[in-house]
Design a protein around this ligand. Structure first.
Ligand code: SAM
Length: 362
């Protein structure tokens, strides 16, 4: 195939020029000739004599470097006919979640008969992936995903216990047993910033509680900041979270003066006298029910400066009324409530937003 030989340093300039002039062949990549020169593939319709601006550069005939498919979708016709592929063209899922070496993918009902083919094509496309699972959505109050294995790499384990990396920390999860979402990494970073500010205000390490901890990604993010936390309580109602929470918190234990990991209903925690008026930072991550639960959790906060950081799914236009309601129910119990901040973060469903809620106490 004909290529334009250009100095390495000018490769991106000439790629853009050739593309603008409709002379670039996009199905192949740039070939490295040596340290100083690169060869850019020309399309079949490029004239033998190129426009003036290219005349100082040689045209060379070399073997093209063909690109592999850029998505699993381009591989589907290795398994099904072009007609079948075309008939469902608008339905092939274009996104998926990756957790460790697992891929979780939502597949529309209309093409569920192709699930195992989609799984095989994903394995072919992503060489480091060991298993592909069909994600049928979350179920029950523990919000665990309903997952089905649709493809496993030959001779590899089919365990669903995997380690993911988040904000530089390793976290063990099993998405078939416990809730975990990799999409909340940035929310956890935000919580870390609020926690650092609270520690500066108090002038000492924090006593934190996460009663909906799942496998503990929120707590781990806070514990990974040296000197930020002194005591931690992490619990969840789903018993499958406990061994994973223990595993995920273990690397930080020696820097803490107290660690409590439990399987308990968050609404019951306030009944333990020793846990009332004890925590500087309370996380409330039960987005479908956070607002109803907050009232039951308030007694866990200290009487001094403290912060409740939660997440809720709300109607965006209800922000002011929610603030008023929170104010009314909290003030009789904690008169030092100084500010309520509700920040819509992203659309959750038509008319609904996922919002962060902060209750600051002085
Ligand atoms: C949205 S998840 C958040 C998990 C975790 N904080 C995270 O960010 O990955 C909500 C968690 O609350 C737990 N849960 C639901 N109802 C609960 C309750 N009444 N008491 C304690 N935990 C509960 C679920 O098992 C689930 O792990």
């Amino acid at each position: 195939m004909r290529h334009l030989r250009v100095p390495s340093k000018k490769t991106s300039f000439f790629l853009a020029e050739l593309e603008n002039d409709n002379l670039l062949f996009s199905g192949a990549g740039v070939v490295a000739i040596d340290a100083d020169f690169r060869a850019i593939p020309l399309c079949e319709t490029a004239p033998t004599i190129l426009p003036e601006k290219y005349c100082n550069y040689e045209i060379v005939d070399i073997e093209e470097k063909l690109r592999g498919p850029t998505s699993y979708i381009e591989r589907l016709t290795d398994y099904i006919s072009a007609d079948e592929f075309e008939a469902n063209k608008h339905l092939w899922p274009s996104s998926h979640d990756q957790m460790g070496d697992l891929i979780l993918i939502k597949i529309p009902d209309e093409i569920k008969q192709y699930s195992s083919i989609i799984g095989e094509a994903l394995l072919a496309q992503h060489s480091r992936i060991r298993m592909v699972m069909q994600d049928n959505g979350v179920k029950g109050e523990w919000r665990v995903r309903d997952l089905e294995k649709i493809a496993t790499r030959e001779d590899k384990s089919d365990t669903t216990l995997v380690q993911v990396k988040e904000n530089g920390n390793n976290i063990w999860i099993d998405p078939t047993q416990v809730y975990y979402s990799p999409r909340l990494e940035s929310e956890r970073q935000e919580t870390l910033i609020s926690a650092i500010q609270l520690k500066e205000k108090l002038g000492r390490p924090l006593n934190i509680i996460d009663p909906y901890a799942g496998v503990g990604p929120g707590v781990v993010c806070l514990l990974s900041k040296p000197g930020l936390v002194d005591k931690v309580h992490a619990s969840d109602l789903n018993p499958a979270t406990k061994p994973l929470l223990e595993k995920n918190i273990a690397p930080f234990i020696e820097n803490l003066s107290e660690v409590r990991i439990d399987c308990i209903d968050a609404l019951m925690i306030k009944n333990a006298e020793m846990l009332r008026d004890k925590f500087d930072l309370l996380l409330v991550n039960l987005p479908h029910n956070s607002l109803e639960h907050i009232f039951h959790l308030i007694p866990l906060l200290t009487n001094g400066a403290s912060l409740l950081k939660g997440w809720a799914i709300i109607h965006e236009e209800d922000v002011d009324i929610i603030k008023e309601n929170l104010h009314t129910i909290v003030i009789p119990h904690k008169p030092n409530l100084s500010e309520i901040i509700i920040t819509p973060k992203r659309t959750y469903a038509p008319y609904l937003v996922y919002a962060s809620i902060e209750l600051h106490f002085d």
